[in-house]
Design a protein around this ligand. Structure first.
Ligand code: BMP
Length: 210
């Protein structure tokens, strides 16, 4: 019943482990992105798993040809990642290459304003792609709950919706969960707050109230 994912976008290993450990009670999973991998190395994935016991999502937003996607994804799954996020706009063969190796999450619509320029016009096709390939889940914008409702209405029922954009980007947990999101992804509102554990607890409480 936990629906909160921590976006752990810090560089330092010590800080990452400390924040993950003190918030783990309220999380479903920890999401690792390039800042942490660049700052602390790929081994941070293994360490985070050991410290938290939670699933790790590697948010690499893979967007390459199938062979390169496969070369990257195999190392990252080997390091212990439970899920990898891949871009869909590069085409089904590239996504398929990742899905052949492990659980995959496809970007269907991003949360920032610039997503309206190129990604949003392609959202319908990206939903179709997801419905064909049936990945674990898709990324949709917490900053636009009406788009999350739309995506939910078109997406096959079993496919999860994960939504970044709560807090620092202006989205609100309750709104986007009501719109049909399965999980909220939160970074700065937790890791940059004075008391990450308390912030995580409050967000967790919000998810229970929906
Ligand atoms: P924050 O809560 O600090 O805004 O962090 C959001 C996290 O989700 C970041 O890791 C960001 O890279 C990621 N993200 C996003 O914000 N919007 C998207 O559309 C897709 C993402 O992966």
């Amino acid at each position: 019943d936990r629906r909160l994912i921590l976006a752990l976008d810090v560089y330092e290993r010590e800080r990452a482990l400390e924040i993950a450990e003190c918030t783990a009670d309220y999380l479903w999973a920890v999401k690792v992105n390039w800042p942490l991998i660049i700052g602390s190395g790929l081994e941070i994935i293994t360490e985070l798993k050991q410290v938290t016991g939670l699933p790790i999502i590697a948010d690499l937003k893979l967007a390459d040809i199938p062979n390169t996607n496969r070369l990257i994804a195999s190392k990252v799954f080997e390091a212990g990642a439970d899920y990898i996020i891949a871009h869909g706009f590069v085409g089904s063969d590239s996504v398929d290459a990742v899905m052949g190796l492990g659980k995959t999450i496809i970007v269907v619509e991003m949360s920032h304003p610039g997503a309206k320029e190129f990604i949003q016009p392609a959202t319908d096709k990206l939903i179709e792609l997801a419905n064909e390939l049936e990945p674990f889940g898709v990324i949709a914008p917490a900053t636009r709950p009406e788009r999350v409702s739309y995506i939910r209405s078109k997406l096959k029922p079993g496919i999860k919706i994960l939504t970044p954009g709560v807090g620092a980007q202006g989205g609100r947990a309750g709104d986007v969960l009501k719109a049909g999101a399965d999980y909220i992804i939160v970074g700065r509102s937790i890791y940059a707050s004075e008391n990450p554990r308390k912030s995580a607890r409050m967000l967790y409480a919000e998810t229970l109230g929906v």
